[in-house]
Design a protein around this ligand. Structure first.
Ligand SMILES: [Zn+2]
Length: 189
């Protein structure tokens, strides 16, 4: 398995990987699902380091990014990828920025409680969350075929208006983004 200074990579099975950022208090996880024709990257992390460095090592297939929700810690490396999808309920935040959240607050949150060295490219004083127009939208009931596995999209608002969860029918995995927090007691939006 890949050893990396910032990301922790866990092989869940031979075609599913968790890419985690344990050095930051958000402890965010992104997931790479490798199909036959393409791969799906669920979220792109904090943007403190470049997640594409890792996904390039894990697959040579074209990568499509699916966004569980538009919060800074889940869209950090969206700018590294050409195809980005989001639920319409969060698309305004992706294009225009998260409503009511100042850049000062974002920079404060991104740079605090970091327990491992950050890459030299990371500067909290100039850090800017991704903003951009998505390639397209995902909506409740969509089924995306990766060639050998299908992903079903569920609209699960609460944590954000356009939050989605993704169900992989082959493995039975449900990717819940920030809908569920796993610390006891389990907190569900
Ligand atoms: Zn969130």
């Amino acid at each position: 398995m890949i050893k990396d200074s910032w990301f922790t990579i866990q092989e869940i099975d031979i075609e599913t990987y968790a890419i985690s950022e344990y050095g930051h208090w958000e402890k965010v996880h992104s997931f790479l699902l490798v199909g036959k024709e393409k791969a799906v990257l669920i979220d792109t992390g904090l943007g403190i380091d470049n997640i594409k460095r890792i996904t390039d090592e894990l697959t040579h297939l074209p990568i499509v990014v699916f966004t569980t929700h538009v919060h800074t810690d889940h869209i950090g490396c969206h700018g590294e990828f050409e195809e980005i999808y989001v639920h319409e309920g969060d698309s305004d935040w992706l294009i225009n920025g998260i409503k009511g959240l100042s850049i000062e607050q974002i920079r404060k949150d991104i740079s605090r409680d970091i327990t491992i060295p950050t890459p030299e490219t990371f500067n909290p004083d100039t850090y800017k969350p991704f903003q951009g127009v998505p390639t397209g939208f995902l909506q409740d009931g969509d089924v995306i075929d990766l060639g050998n596995r299908k992903l079903v999209i569920y609209h699960t608002p609460g944590h954000s208006p356009g939050h989605i969860s993704l169900f992989d029918n082959k493995s039975g995995y449900l990717f819940t983004g920030d809908l569920l927090y796993d610390e006891t007691p389990i907190y569900g939006f």
